[in-house]
Every structure is written in C-alpha cells, then in structure tokens.
Design a protein around this ligand. Structure first.
Ligand code: GLN
Length: 305
C-alpha cells in the first residue's frame, strides 16, 4: 500500500472543508491558531514513517493528554481507579456539569473533562509537587523525544478563562472526589492540556497502544496487554465525547481528540496516526482531522471493523 500517495490524496480531498468549522474561543490563545494548518503523520510498528503538511509544527495537545494521564494513573491505581471515574460513554459535551450532579460527582469516563480532572487529582496524590513533571517525563518516554514542554501562554489563557472546569472541580470536591487542593489540581490539569507536540511526536506516543502496551520502536513496556486493551476501548467509546459514536461510525478506529485541533488514532497491531487542523466541528473535534481519518480508513480498509 502506497501510504505517501494516500496521504497526498487525502490532503487534496480535504481542501474543500477549510471554509468550514470554527476555532475555539473559550481559550483565547487557541483562537490565534493558523486556520490553514494541516498535518498528518503515520508511524508503523516497524518504524516506517509517513508525513504530510506541517508535521513538525507544535500545537497544544489539550484533551489528548487525557489518554496519557489515565495510562499513568491506571499503572499506579489499577482497578481502584474505577471507583472514582467510570468507563461508560457520557453522551454529553466534554465540559458538561449536568450528569455529574445526579451521579454524585463520579465522572462517566476519564476522557471528559471531569474524569480527566479526577485522574489528575489521583496523580497529584502520588507524585505531589512533582506531578506535572512526571506527566511531562511520561510524554517524553512514550514519544521517544526529550524535546517536549508546555506553552505558558496557553496555560495562563486557560487558567484565566476555564470557568466551566472550575465549576466541575468544585462540584466534585463537594462530593469528596477531589482529594487535593483544587487550585493545585486545576493548574496541573491546565498545564497538561497546554503540552505542545507535533503530529510526528504524537503518532510515536500512540504506538504502545497499537502494540499491546509495548513501544515497538524502543521495546519498552509501558503497560500490560489487558490495560492497553481497556484504554483502546475507552478511546473508541469515549474519545470524542458526544460524537464518539459518530467517530466510530465514520472512522472505525480508537481515537482521541483535543480542542487544540489534534486527533490521534490507533490501528491495532499495525500503526498509529495523528492529524492536526485547528478548526473544530460543533462537538469540539477537529473537523478536517475527522474527515482526513475517515478518508484514510475508507481508502485503506484499515479500520477495526
Ligand atoms: N483544556 C480543555 C478544557 O479543559 C480541554 C478540552 C478538550 O480538549 N476537549 O476545556
């Protein structure tokens, strides 16, 4: 299969969608992204790489970070973690408060904001003041690249405007599902969201999930096979919030998006893919990124179904 040619075809076919979608403005710094950016990277388990567009440009990974913090927390807490965060799709937007109240402060899953904030709280309990550095070190390990950091301006922008997330964490604190001081936890959460990565780095960082928990390029075991299966299942069922069904229906791969415009996806036992295009659809997922992945699985037949 000529993946370079397929990436070129995808790049041509997505051009007509650049007029659609919107930059997010609830985090003002994200509204400054370049609307015309597009990148797509594929890395196979045997290390072949295919890239198109601005695949060396860094963007904030936002909710894609939730996959990595959950992986890290699952390693330390195992099943205990599911007492504080569930594993069912929410059917609600990523920052919704509604369900959280009638489910007594236990978020439906770790890939909506509430669930990710609880996950970060769990990491803060283990790593204390070093929690963000541990998250960053983990990102460096899974991407095989030491050159990863967070963007202070994006962090500050969200800290000044993330009112919905403050509401979520306060509500969960009132239900005793946040153990650390809310200001500490929310800051770690906003920092993890403002980690900057390229599609190339993100594709590498997903390879362990395509390979039963082991990075095929470094041979390093990141987590066991059963946990890797569970994280892939969560990405398939919850990775795109209330559009998770639509993403599974159209793309047919486990995936996770972020409001920074990135999406990662896993083709089990074969490859990891990452796409970037900053304009979003109404669900807060990259509009062109979703389209590009749909075209990819249609053209290659490489979906899990
Ligand atoms: N930092 C964003 C928020 O908490 C992440 C949301 C997302 O990427 N969907 O609102």
């Amino acid at each position: 299969m000529d993946l370079d040619a397929i990436l070129k075809e995808i790049q041509e076919e997505i051009q007509k969608y650049f007029t659609k979608g919107k930059l997010p403005n609830y985090i003002p710094m994200l509204a400054q992204a370049d609307e015309s950016d597009f990148a797509m990277s594929i890395i196979t388990l045997d290390g072949e790489e295919y890239h198109i567009g601005c695949s060396n440009k860094k963007f904030s990974i936002q909710s894609i970070s939730k996959v990595f913090t959950f992986t890290l927390a699952l390693e330390h807490y195992s099943k205990e973690l599911y007492k504080r965060v569930g594993h069912e799709p929410s059917g609600d937007p990523f920052n919704s408060l509604v369900q959280l109240e009638y489910e007594s402060g236990i978020p439906r899953n770790p890939f909506i904001n509430a669930g990710a904030i609880v996950t970060t709280d769990c990491l803060a309990s283990i790593f204390e003041d070093n929690a963000f550095n541990e998250i960053l070190d983990f990102m460096k390990k899974v991407s095989g690249d030491q050159n990863i950091s967070f963007d202070k301006n994006i962090f500050i922008s969200e800290l000044g405007h993330g009112f919905q997330n403050f509401a979520l964490i306060n509500l969960m604190k009132s239900y005793h599902n946040i153990k650390n001081p809310i200001d500490d936890v929310i800051q770690i959460y906003f920092k993890q969201c403002s980690i900057m990565m390229t599609t190339k780095q993100l594709a590498h960082s997903m390879l362990f999930l395509a390979n039963h928990g082991k990075d095929p390029l470094t041979n390093e075991s990141i987590l066991n096979e059963s946990k890797a299966k569970r994280i892939n299942s969560l990405m398939l069922t919850c990775g795109h919030y209330d559009a998770s069904g639509d993403f599974a229906y159209k793309v047919g791969l486990p995936g996770k998006s972020g409001v920074g415009g990135g999406i990662v996806a896993v083709v089990p036992k074969k490859m990891a893919i990452s796409v970037y295009s900053p304009k979003l659809n109404v669900y807060g997922n990259s509009l062109i990124g979703t389209k590009a992945l749909e075209l990819f699985t249609t053209k290659t037949g490489l979906s899990i179904f």
